[in-house]
Design a protein around this ligand. Structure first.
Ligand code: NAD
Length: 331
């Protein structure tokens, strides 16, 4: 099948080629999919997209006009895909529901531990031969309460790691899982979770119910000095409210791998340009905020798995073997 791969980085090309065995013909396109770049899909039966490609109503219409029949997301989340438009044009959409939940959960823990023990500040201090410990005081994770919102594949991995640290875990999910209950984790209301948790980690999808769930009202229900970790989707957090929470010290630490306005920022080199996003600029001024550029998924194992599942999805679609494709149901 001829596939236009948008938002291609060198590592995408390497990993897709590694497992392709000549089955599919890829056109690698470094640009993000937007209505301006959509014409590059011409002549392809499928497009392959990532988290910040714009699969809007308009782009889907353009795809349909070019004869694109399939969209293969090389990620788990699909909040950037207008599924109604896909349904209308009968464009089938597949994704990679699970590649390495460990990668994302472990990155959430990396952010937690970096923030807690001030590793990012210690790193710079030692390089400057400045060995003063003031300002680096952390806390034992042992015995602390971790609130996990969303106990799917990644949430469960995180819970197991945190239990290994000797933490207490409370959880919230619309659909509590028996596996999580069997680990001895308490499902609580969102309000209870906010009240009880020293650290809150977000692992639910972004949708109209969860958009800005971490807002001023939610922050007011949390413990003073709470640590918030978001490796899920930027839109879960109201960034302006969170900045206010950092200023009042209601939030003690903030670890982000995702940002609500990341689309025009992450995965690109802006090192020679002036940052235009004042909200993001303000976030960067806090020494108790650590931000990574959507890299939680970025392990060798995860990239291998993403490529294998994407290739299987494309082959299954080509053969009409829909049972073997990870299809996203139309709404
Ligand atoms: P999953 O589908 O296995 O789990 C999501 C869980 O959230 C489910 O248990 C679901 O019931 C729950 N949920 C749904 N709506 C909810 C709500 N309103 N409140 C509370 N819980 C709710 O997904 P996953 O594989 O664990 O991934 C979780 C999220 O992580 C994805 O949606 C994606 O956005 C994000 N993600 C980020 C990266 C990264 O690199 N930063 C990589 C992969 C996934």
């Amino acid at each position: 099948m001829k596939v236009a791969v948008f938002s291609t980085k060198a590592y995408d090309e390497t990993h897709l080629n590694k497992f392709n065995e000549g089955k599919h013909e890829f056109t690698y396109i470094p640009a993000r999919l937007t209505k301006l770049t959509a014409s590059l899909a011409d002549g392809h039966e499928a497009i392959c997209c990532f988290v910040n490609d714009q699969l809007s109503t308009e782009c889907i219409e353009i795809m349909a006009n070019y004869g694109v029949q399939y969209i293969a997301m090389r990620c788990a989340g699909y909040n950037n895909v207008d599924l109604n438009a896909c349904a209308q044009h009968n464009i089938k959409v597949v994704r990679v529901p699970e590649y390495s939940p460990y990668a994302v959960a472990e990155h959430a823990v990396a952010l937690m531990m970096d923030l807690n023990r001030n590793i990012h500040r210690a790193f710079s201090r030692v390089r400057e031969h400045y060995y003063i410990l003031d300002g680096l005081l952390g806390f034992d994770m042992y015995g602390k309460t971790i609130g996990v919102i969303g106990t799917g594949k990644i949430g469960v991995c995180l819970i197991k790691i945190m239990l290994g640290f000797g933490c207490k875990v409370v959880a919230y999910d619309l659909y509590p899982s028996d596996e999580v209950k069997a680990l001895g984790v308490d499902y609580r209301s969102l309000n209870d979770l906010y009240k009880l948790s020293d650290v809150i980690s977000l692992h639910c999808p972004l949708n109209s119910d969860t958009h800005h769930m971490i807002n001023a009202a939610a922050l007011n229900k949390m413990k003073k000095g709470v640590m918030i970790i978001n490796t899920s989707r930027g839109g879960l957090v109201d960034t302006v409210a969170v900045i206010e929470g950092l200023k009042t010290e209601q939030i003690g630490h903030l670890g982000l791998d995702v940002y609500e306005e990341e689309t025009d920022l992450f995965f690109e080199d802006f090192s020679n340009t002036i940052l235009q996003d004042d909200v993001f600029a303000r976030l960067l001024t806090f020494s108790n905020v650590v931000i990574t550029g959507h890299q939680a998924f970025f392990t060798r194992e995860a990239l291998d798995a993403i490529s294998k599942v994407t290739l299987n999805n494309l082959t299954a679609l080509e053969l009409g073997d829909l049972d073997k494709a990870c299809l996203i149901p139309f709404p």
